[in-house]
Design a protein around this ligand. Structure first.
Ligand SMILES: Cc1cc2nc3c(=O)[nH]c(=O)nc-3n(C[C@H](O)[C@H](O)[C@H](O)COP(=O)(O)OP(=O)(O)OC[C@H]3O[C@@H](n4cnc5c(N)ncnc54)[C@H](O)[C@@H]3O)c2cc1C
Length: 498
């Protein structure tokens, strides 16, 4: 029977980073993917490719760029994103927990891993259209997130797959891992289902890079509660927790925050899962995350979050849950014409849904499911509370908040007074789950007692301990790359020493 050095389960960013890293030492690497070829690449294919990492000014970015001669670079303020800032960005969501060992690894390996990716052909572009605003003739980046892979997540996935195949790697599609092969307490391969039937695939080591459990309604309910039962899934339908189940069945330690997930406000009328049939540049347009420029109202006509608590990179992944917690699991985002030019393209997407009117009263009358009188009262009270003396500036946390409201808006508060007024209906869409497995320094999956399960490695969404009560945008792909690289190296070493 054919025996591989390493079998990697999944073909998203984390899995392919593991496969590429394994290739540095071992030669016979197989990637198996549950989806057909056109649906491969998991959530990675749906992403905008944005990646968060530590850097110290433009010089650190230049070696990563697809076009280091872009004339806009001369007029761009990228600032710096220090390890300390990354630390604080993660700590603000830890609710008092110290930085976890996984978070420390994520921070310290973020930049070297970006360089490693660039050396393998992945090139990056500044995210001018969504992470910067123009100010006095310059592009000012505002949220510590500056680069995305060229051609977004599709470019990332395709470049990684091409590099892997060029190095002699093999990818099999329609090949779903269903269990682990174990001999004398060692993992020696996977059981798989294919269109031709069930088979056993033997290997010196197995890497689980097959995502979280966000696409399993049963697991969402069990681990996260009833409000998640009907949540839209922003990405692939294939991440149904298969790897997690296989590893737990073998005695792996459940690790991380199982009740937590990344979820964001999404168009109420999007499909139940993300779709790959639309062009990659458009896939992100179902999310609606410019609420910081307006307000959000629930069915009772009330605001329910501080829309301006922080830059949206630090709030959007939590506000999906906040919307799902509202009666009827929907909300309306309300804006006036003053911010029309600042709303990102997702609000002008051909499939975006909205209502509009020339008066606020007329607008609230069109908000399906909302208490009209209460909504009008909320908007009027909001309008009367603005700190008009503080200038509005979306490139910084401008401190232009509200005064006297029980639930304040802390930044970017402006009167809703310029017609036409628009409102967009949203619900909460789950992106990925935070609970998973514990891996050691070499990427091996550990048991409750801390000992590694010989031959079993993991990376990507399935690694627990990286995110808890929130998420700074762009950290998921970086985490996948960092832990993918570690798991691939560990798996290859294990396979060759066996
Ligand atoms: C719409 C959207 C936009 C996003 N934008 C960003 C962004 O810009 N930046 C960022 O950092 N993060 C972003 N994310 C989050 C990001 O996608 C994830 O953090 C990351 O891609 C997960 O990588 P992964 O490799 O762990 O999982 P995936 O990319 O989902 O890969 C898992 C793979 O495993 C396969 N699989 C599942 N079960 C099996 C099985 N039993 N056998 C074989 N294969 C299996 C799946 O089919 C899939 O291909 C976004 C997510 C979505 C949904």
């Amino acid at each position: 029977m054919e025996r591989w050095d390493v079998v990697v389960v999944g073909s998203g960013n984390a899995a392919l980073c593991a496969a590429l890293a394994a290739q540095e030492d071992a030669t016979r690497i197989l990637v198996i993917e549950k989806a057909p070829r056109e649906m491969a690449g998991g959530n990675t294919q749906y992403t905008a490719g944005a990646m968060r990492f530590v850097y110290d000014g433009k010089d650190d970015l230049l070696p990563l760029l697809r076009d280091p001669a872009d004339p806009r670079l001369e007029r761009t303020d990228f600032g710096a994103y220090t390890a300390e800032t990354f630390t604080n960005d993660l700590l603000q969501f830890n609710e008092g927990r110290a930085l976890s060992p996984e978070q420390e690894v994520l921070i310290s390996r973020s930049y070297p891993t970006m360089r490693w990716l660039a050396e393998r052909g992945v090139k990056f572009e500044p995210i001018y259209d969504r992470q910067s605003f123009e100010k006095e003739g310059r592009y000012v980046f505002w949220g510590g997130l500056t680069l995305a892979s060229a051609r977004e997540g599709v470019g990332l996935f395709e470049t990684e797959r091409t590099a892997f195949e060029a190095g002699g790697g093999v990818v099999r599609y329609d090949c779903a891992a269903t269990g682990l092969l174990v001999e004398e307490d060692r993992v020696v391969g996977v059981k798989a289902t294919t269109p031709e039937g069930d088979e056993e695939i033997r290997a010196g080591a197995v890497v689980l890079g097959c995502g979280g459990f966000e696409a399993s309604e049963e697991m969402r309910r069990r681990h996260m509660g009833e409000i998640w039962a009907g949540a839209k899934v922003r990405g692939t339908p294939h991440n149904t927790g298969d790897g997690l189940r296989m590893a737990l069945d073998l005695g792996a330690m459940p690790y991380g925050f199982f009740a937590g997930c990344h979820a964001t406000p999404m168009d109420l009328h999007m499909k139940d899962f993300g779709n790959l049939e639309i062009p990659h540049g458009d896939r992100k347009h179902y999310r609606k995350i410019c609420y910081f420029l307006g307000v959000m109202l629930n069915a009772r006509g009330e605001r329910f979050v501080d829309e301006g608590a922080d830059f949206r990179n630090y709030t959007y992944a939590q506000f999906g849950r906040a919307v799902l917690e509202q009666p009827g699991q929907f909300a309306w985002q309300v804006f006036d014409a003053k911010v029309e030019d600042l709303l990102y393209a997702e609000y002008r997407f051909h499939d975006a849904h909205w209502v509009e009117d020339t008066t606020l009263d007329g607008l609230v009358g069109k908000l399906a499911g909302v208490d009209r009188a209460s909504a009008l009262q909320t908007l009027q009270a909001f309008n009367e509370s603005i700190m008009e003396e503080v200038p509005f500036d979306p490139t910084v946390k401008d401190g232009r908040g509200t005064r006297g409201l029980a639930l304040p808006k802390s930044n970017w508060a402006q009167r809703l007074d310029t017609p036409p007024f628009k409102a967009f209906p949203v619900t909460g869409g789950i992106t990925f789950t935070y609970g998973g497995l514990k891996v050691d320094d070499g990427g091996a999956v550990t048991r409750d007692d801390g000992d590694p399960i010989p031959g079993l490695f993991a990376c990507g969404e399935i690694v627990g301990g990286v995110f808890f009560h929130g998420y700074p945008g762009g950290a998921g792909l970086t985490s996948g790359a960092v832990f993918g690289r570690i798991a691939g190296q560990g798996a290859a070493r294990h396979a060759l020493s066996d």
